[in-house]
Design a protein around this ligand. Structure first.
Ligand SMILES: NC(=O)c1ccc[n+]([C@@H]2O[C@H](COP(=O)([O-])OP(=O)(O)OC[C@H]3O[C@@H](n4cnc5c(N)ncnc54)[C@H](O)[C@@H]3O)[C@@H](O)[C@H]2O)c1
Length: 315
C-alpha cells in the first residue's frame, strides 16, 4: 500500500499519534524521521528510524531537516493542542501556523511528494449543524481551530498553485490511552485510567454531554490508508471522520461494568461544556468512505475493551 512512500518525516513524531503512525510506517519498510521537542526522546529506536530534536519555530532547523533527509512524504503532526493554544496564543500561532507555513514552503523547495496535515473538528465553531454536513463552513471559535483552518487553506493554496499533494483529515474526539492532558476533550480517556488506578474522577461536563468520537487505532489506520490512497481517487482536499457518538454517561456506564466501585463527580467547566454542547454528535464522513474506503473498526464497547487492555499492559 505505501510502496511509493520511502522516506517519511513525522513532525511531532514522538507524540500520541506520531509514535504509532511511525510504527506502522516502519513495519512497511519506510525510513522514518521523527522530529519533536527536547524531552520527548523515546527510550528505544528502530534501526530504520532517526530522531531529530528541535522546534517548529526555528526555520533553519526545518530547512536542515529537509536538506539532510529529503523526505518524499511529510506527516505534519506537531502542534500545540487546544488547551496549550488557549493558554498561549502567540506560541500557538508561531508553532501551528507560522511553523506550518515554513514547512509547506520548504516542501515545495525540496519537491516533497505528499504532505499530510492533522486537523480537527475544532476547526468548526459555534453551534454547528448536527449531523455535521461535509459542506459545513469552518468558523472556529478558538485559536487552536483558527490555526488549523489557516494551515488547511494554505496547504490547498500550495496544492492548487504548485501541485503539492496536500491531504487533510479532521479528527473528532480521540479515545486514547496516551491522551495528552493538554487536549480539553481528553477527559474520557483520563477517566478510564483513573478507574483502573482506583482513583476517583471529576468530569468537567455533565452526564449528557457528548460528541463525535473515534478510537486511536482507527485514527492511525485512517492516516495510513488515506496517505496510501492513489491521488486520483481523492475528490476532496480534506476529509471528516466519524466512528460513534459518545456521551459522558456512556463512559461512566462502561467503567462501572468493570469497576463497580468507581467514584466520580461533576464539576462543570463552562468552556468545555459549551464545546460539547456545540460540537456535532455525528459527522458525515461519506466522502472518506467512498473515496478511500474509510471504515472504523471500533465502536465504543470495543474501544473501551482495548483501552483497558492497553493501560493494563502498561502501554
Ligand atoms: N488526539 C486528538 O484528540 C486529536 C484530535 C484532532 C487533531 N489532532 C491533531 O493530531 C496531531 C497529533 O496530535 P497528538 O494527539 O499526537 O498530540 P501530541 O501532543 O501527543 O503530539 C503533538 C506533538 O507535537 C510536538 N510539538 C509541540 N510543539 C512543538 C514544537 N514547537 N516543535 C516541534 N514539535 C512540537 C509535541 O511535543 C508532541 O509530541 C496534532 O496536530 C493535533 O492537533 C489530534
Amino acid at each position: 500500500m505505501t510502496s511509493d512512500i520511502k522516506t517519511a518525516l513525522l513532525t511531532g513524531g514522538n507524540g500520541n499519534l506520531g509514535r504509532l503512525v511511525g510504527d506502522q510506517l516502519l513495519e512497511r519498510g519506510v525510513q522514518v524521521i521523527k522530529f519533536d521537542i527536547p524531552g520527548t526522546e523515546p527510550a528505544n529506536t528502530h534501526p530504520n528510524e532517526t530522531i531529530v530534536i528541535g522546534d517548529m519555530r526555528n526555520s533553519q532547523t526545518l530547512a536542515g531537516l529537509l536538506q539532510d533527509y529529503q523526505p518524499d512524504t511529510i506527516y505534519h503532526l506537531a502542534s500545540l493542542l487546544s488547551g496549550s493554544s488557549a493558554a498561549d496564543h502567540q506560541a500557538a500561532w508561531d508553532i501551528n501556523a507560522t511553523g506550518s507555513f515554513q514547512l509547506l514552503q520548504l516542501s515545495l523547495e525540496h519537491k516533497v511528494n505528499r504532505f499530510f496535515f492533522a486537523s480537527t473538528n475544532a476547526s468548526y465553531g459555534g453551534k454547528v449543524e448536527d449531523p455535521l454536513p461535509e459542506s459545513a463552513e469552518q468558523w472556529p471559535e478558538n485559536i487552536y481551530g483558527a490555526t488549523k483552518v489557516a494551515v488547511e487553506r494554505l496547504g490547498v493554496f500550495f496544492k492548487q498553485t504548485h501541485g503539492l499533494d496536500f491531504r487533510v483529515l479532521r479528527f473528532p474526539l480521540v479515545i486514547s490511552p496516551f491522551a495528552p492532558t493538554t487536549a480539553v476533550t481528553a477527559f474520557p480517556s483520563h477517566a478510564f485510567r483513573a478507574a483502573m488506578n482506583g482513583e476517583s474522577f471529576v468530569f468537567p461536563v455533565n452526564a449528557q454531554a457528548g460528541m463525535s468520537t473515534i478510537f486511536l487505532e482507527d485514527v492511525i489506520s485512517s492516516i495510513i490508508d488515506y496517505t496510501s490512497a492513489p491521488k486520483q481517487q481523492l475528490t476532496n482536499h480534506a476529509y471528516n471522520l466519524h466512528a460513534y457518538h459518545l456521551t459522558t454517561q456512556m463512559v461512566i456506564d462502561e467503567i462501572l461494568k468493570r469497576y463497580p466501585d468507581f467514584q466520580y463527580s461533576f464539576d462543570v467547566n463552562n468552556t468545555v461544556q459549551s464545546l460539547f454542547d456545540n460540537w456535532p454528535n455525528v459527522v458525515i464522513d461519506k466522502s472518506a468512505r467512498e473515496d478511500w474506503g474509510w471504515q472504523p473498526k471500533y465502536d465504543f464497547a470495543d474501544s473501551a475493551e482495548r483501552m483497558f487492555d492497553w493501560i493494563a499492559e502498561g502501554e
